[in-house]
Design a binder for this molecule. Structure first.
Ligand SMILES: *Cc1c(COP(=O)(O)O)cnc(C)c1O
Length: 320
């Protein structure tokens, strides 16, 4: 075919993606195979060292006979189980295909072409991908000693800022933002700027001045919290996470969410996992004990270990 039939004057061209989609860099997966090593241990995804809770595996198996059914689009059982465990309102929880989907929905609902998404220099990479996919400008705030610096973030808030996303503990640094600093940010930032607090590693934290932000998500109109089952709960392969925030934001996210975004085995396994408090305690205690030992022993080798409250360390090998 050498002309367009409906309009012969229209040049023959290839389908073209939107310019800000075409500009996206392809997502870099962590390597999961290594030549010469029979069973390499992959550390880059911060997965759970104990696997999933046995109760979650049992719930996953039990639902095999029910796979002809659509999942519960209201996600009610899982939302109730999360609400019970975290002492929060089940009506303001929304679950997704990993917390990355919830984060993506939030960004797609509130950040558009020409808006600014403000992120610390180290951030969950999906935040910038979703933001760029919206045609938004990503504004990066430098960190200080591998920790998020609230003053650097505040100094970059502009009239175009629509959202600030902070992971605490952050990836890949493992550092967290103390409660007082987060509160200072929330108090100063304009009330129409959403503050996303990504608590993917919240359950690992033992620092007394840490705050996952549920109270702010109750009291403020612009604070939204996300959590995942991929890390301490050991369900990364199932893709299930959740968000919690003001009713108006949750309601908005639910408009864009497809009803079956969280699949039935994921909902079932996560419901069992969140109730298995003992399992989570065991993983947390084990991780904390080894965290201290690894820090001390690597420190003795002269490797600089960035203080971490999560289940991983950022290391600097320059002095070796
Ligand atoms: C692992 C991780 C998540 C979790 O993503 P899921 O989509 O729930 O698997 C979110 N934020 C950060 C910073 C992470 O490291």
């Amino acid at each position: 075919m050498s002309t367009n039939i409906t309009n012969p004057n229209r040049p023959l061209r290839l389908p073209e993606p939107l310019p800000h989609i075409a500009a996206l860099a392809p997502y870099q997966q962590g390597k999961s195979a290594s030549t010469g090593k029979v069973e390499p241990i992959k550390l880059s995804s911060n997965e759970c060292c104990f696997g999933p809770s046995p109760a979650a595996i049992e719930a996953y198996r039990a639902i095999a006979e029910q796979l002809h059914r659509y999942p519960d689009g209201s996600q009610w059982q899982l939302r109730e189980a999360i609400a019970d465990e975290y002492g929060i309102d089940a009506n303001r929880i929304v679950c997704g295909n990993g917390s990355e989907e919830v984060i993506g929905l939030l960004i797609r609902c509130y950040v558009g072409l020409g808006d600014e998404l403000l992120l610390p220099e180290n951030h969950f990479v999906m935040c910038s991908i979703y933001g760029e996919g919206q045609g938004a400008d990503i504004v990066l705030a430098p960190e200080r000693d591998h920790a998020i610096d609230i003053d650097e973030i505040l100094s970059r808030v502009s009239d175009k800022t629509r959202m600030i996303a902070i992971a605490s503990p952050n990836n890949p640094t493992g550092t967290y933002v103390p409660r007082d600093e987060l509160l200072r940010l929330i108090d100063i930032v304009p009330s129409d700027v959403i503050i996303l607090l990504d608590g993917a590693y919240a359950q690992y934290v033992s620092a007394a001045d840490y705050d996952a932000g549920f109270d702010w998500a109750d009291e403020r109109d612009n604070v939204f919290v996300t959590h995942t089952f991929s890390k301490i709960y050991g369900l990364a392969g199932l893709r299930i996470g959740w968000g919690y925030g003001p009713a108006a934001i949750v309601e908005t996210v639910n408009r864009l969410r497809t009803p079956f975004n969280a699949n039935a085995p994921a909902l079932a396994a996560a419901t069992a996992a969140v109730k298995d408090r003992q399992f989570v305690e065991r993983v947390k205690e084990h991780t904390h004990r080894w965290q201290l030992r690894i820090r001390d022993e690597l420190g003795q080798l002269g490797i600089h270990v960035v203080p971490s409250e999560a289940n991983f360390y950022l290391l600097h090998f320059e002095r070796l």
